[in-house]
Design a protein around this ligand. Structure first.
Ligand code: GRF
Length: 202
């Protein structure tokens, strides 16, 4: 299974995937890493000898044009799966339409709770006693596609956003690697889930 991973930040989830796929027995490999910024996480790709590309929104007159270039760069690698791992931009509809259902995202909350870019902060602000991680298929909405797997993470008294985020990431890394493995081995059938979700909602 060929994978392109999209990042925007530190790339700890990417690093977990790079480590897992470096094992020759793992039935998937990361063929390239894409970013919308000069993400620090791109260093992980370099360390593992994985090619990377950046597509800066500032270089385009609108989101659609940026998305088209990002899509073109992704498709050069002919991936079987695209993984958004801390990618902090909404993919335009043309990109989602071209890649879904082989396009997944990891989100640091129990969707549909706390969607959006500040999920950890929002869970804390809401006084949640527990939150968690969701890995889902990306659809045209923001954090709204069919859920593949979720795992809860406790919120402890005195948690700061950083402490809670790190506790979430510890779970998230393993969940993402396991989900990619399930997709690579066919235990998780993205097309079937996508189809059943569409029929359920139409
Ligand atoms: C992850 O928790 C991801 O779910 C969220 O941002 C974080 C990115 O962390 N969107 P990293 O870049 O993988 O370290």
């Amino acid at each position: 299974l060929s994978i392109v991973v999209l990042i925007s930040g530190g790339g700890s989830n990417l690093r977990a995937l790079l480590e897992a796929t470096a094992d020759g027995a793992f039935p998937a490999r990361i063929v390239a890493v894409g970013a919308d910024t000069e993400a620090p996480g791109l260093d992980h790709a370099e360390q593992f000898g994985v090619p990377s590309f950046t597509v800066f929104p500032s270089g385009f007159p609108n989101r659609g044009d940026w998305g088209d270039e990002l899509l073109a760069q992704i498709q050069q690698w002919s991936p079987d799966l695209v993984v958004c791992a801390g990618f902090m931009r909404i993919l335009p509809p043309r990109v989602v339409a071209a890649l879904s259902p082989n396009l997944i995202n990891t989100h640091p909350a129990l969707l549909p709770l706390f969607p959006g870019a500040h999920a950890v902060r929002d869970a804390l602000a809401a006084g949640a006693r527990e939150t968690g991680v969701t890995v889902h298929i990306v659809d045209e909405g923001v954090d709204t596609g069919p859920t593949l797997v979720q795992r809860t993470v406790p919120v402890l008294p005195g948690d700061t956003e950083h402490v809670l985020q790190e506790r979430i990431k510890t779970i998230e890394r393993d969940l993402l690697v396991q989900t990619v493995l399930d997709i690579a081995t066919g235990r998780t059938d993205l097309a079937a889930i996508h189809q059943s979700n569409r029929s359920a909602t139409t």
